[in-house]
Design a protein around this ligand. Structure first.
Ligand code: HEM
Length: 431
């Protein structure tokens, strides 16, 4: 489809701003927030035409993000790439899979499949069921905190706490034994490797054939690993999520292998980078604001607020894409059938019309109607788990710390899909 023909009118956003939206480095040095602020004030729903990408609408207001996300018939996930990719990458993906997306998990589905597949695990992710895992998550949190404190009085909070903890929790609930965690981490990184310069350079150097062979082998490896788990859980059901996925039936039959693999993959991948980013974000905010640190420490009831504010503050998932299934109007703009839209969650979460002092970190923010978990039918399935694990970690950590402060420069990952701190040097005193 020739998208440029359908995107008409004087709505283009300036080229330099469009360039930041597709520049992974702009998400690391916070220039993206200057762009978002400009867009909300001057062109809250405009078209970006960056080089190498198909044009797309840039949705920056909280209300528009919600409006698009709740109209799931009008704005589809599966028809075009669900995350931003260049034309060249999309072409490669289409060669491999025949469609615009590398996998077909919940986020790449629409009705009627999406509600059916989501219903299979929705109950498992509800707080009532997650309660069964709370004690085990607390054990993991305690061990993680102890390892950090054993470092003395300084550490890199990302490497020593925020990266490993959510991965460990997710593998536990998925039922992957600890010895296989490094293999899982490697697979997820290969498949969804962030656009950090090292990974990107390696990928760009590959020919289309090499790239497709690499992707295929990662998906096959992932599939083979989880086929083993599936067979085991059909014979020996447990309380874990793998048991639910392995035994789930669609129309009376077990899920096809490819769908089950995609299901395992989204849980394995969606649940750790995101939670790592917001966990690190919470500690970063406290390390910069001793008064707020003291307040939360003295009032553990503020921890859920701290968690929600850190998720708003970091907004680890920067965007998801949708495409219009028919012509419509939004915010005074005419959207044409087939148009591609970028939902900028991190912009919605700094929207001056919704948040008082949006650029301040306030753990007592109430209400905190952030869209970091998205909105509508695809609203993050793991939101209660993410909040539970973060709450437990800070309940275990804060009583042990007397003070915490930054001990060097914080570095962020360069990525326009999921990003957050990659280095957070801190020094601390123990109680
Ligand atoms: C979907 C963010 C943690 C599993 C999503 C979406 C966002 C998101 C923005 C898309 C929502 C939409 O399109 O409206 C986050 C953030 C997290 C987090 C910020 C941590 C702070 C988790 C965890 C899991 C998880 C821990 C699972 C273990 C999923 C799944 C979906 C999803 C399965 C797809 C839902 C669907 O399409 O129906 N998440 N997520 N997420 N997330 Fe999360």
């Amino acid at each position: 489809m020739d998208t440029t023909a359908t995107l008409s009118g004087n709505v283009d956003i300036p080229a330099d701003i469009a360039a930041t939206l597709v520049d992974p480095a702009a998400y690391a040095d916070h220039r993206i927030h200057d762009s978002y602020r400009w867009l909300r004030a001057n062109n809250p729903l405009g078209i970006a035409r960056p080089e190498k990408f198909d044009p797309f609408w840039v949705v920056t207001k909280h209300a528009h993000i919600q409006s698009v996300s709740r109209q799931n018939e009008l704005f589809h996930n599966a028809d075009r790439p669900t995350t931003l990719m260049t034309r060249a990458v999309e072409e490669r993906v289409r060669k491999i899979t025949g469609g615009p997306n590398p996998v077909r998990s919940l986020v790449q589905m629409d009705a009627p499949d999406h509600p059916k597949y989501r219903a299979l695990t929705q109950g498992w992710f509800m707080p009532a069921n997650l309660g069964k895992f709370e004690a085990r998550v607390r054990e993991i949190a305690r061990a993680t905190v102890q390892r950090m404190l054993d470092k003395g009085n300084a550490c890199d909070f990302v490497a020593d706490v925020a990266l490993g903890y959510p991965l460990h929790v997710i593998m536990e609930i998925l039922g992957v034994p600890e010895k296989d965690e490094p293999r899982m981490l490697k697979l997820t990184q290969e498949l969804f490797g962030p656009q950090d310069p090292d990974t990107a350079r390696i990928r760009e150097a590959l020919t289309a054939e090499q790239f497709s062979a690499m992707m295929q082998s990662v998906v096959n490896d992932f599939g083979a690993y989880f086929r083993g788990i599936t067979e085991d859980r059909r014979r020996n059901p447990r309380e874990d999520l793998a048991t639910v996925i392995a035994n789930a039936k669609i129309g009376g039959d077990y899920m096809p292998d490819h769908d089950a693999t995609s299901y395992y993959m989204i849980v394995a991948t969606a649940g750790h980078d995101t939670t790592s980013s917001s966990t690190a974000g919470a500690l970063w905010a406290l390390a910069e604001d001793p008064a707020q640190f003291e307040r939360v420490k003295a009032n553990p009831d503020l921890i859920p607020g701290l968690v929600d504010e850190a998720i708003r503050w970091m907004t680890p998932v920067k965007h998801f894409m949708r495409s219009a299934t028919s012509g419509t109007e939004l915010g005074g703009r005419k959207i044409a059938k087939g148009d591609w839209l970028m939902l900028c969650y991190a912009s919605g979460n700094r929207d001056e019309d919704v948040f008082e002092e949006p650029y301040r970190f306030r753990c007592d923010r109430k209400p905190n109607r952030h869209v970091a978990f998205g909105y509508g039918a695809h609203l993050c399935l793991g939101q209660y788990l993410a909040k539970l694990e973060m709450k437990i970690l800070f309940e275990e950590l804060l009583p042990r710390l007397k003070s915490v402060a930054l001990d060097g420069e914080v570095k962020m990952t360069q990525a326009y899909f999921v990003n957050g701190p990659k280095k957070l040097p801190i020094r601390f005193e123990v109680n």
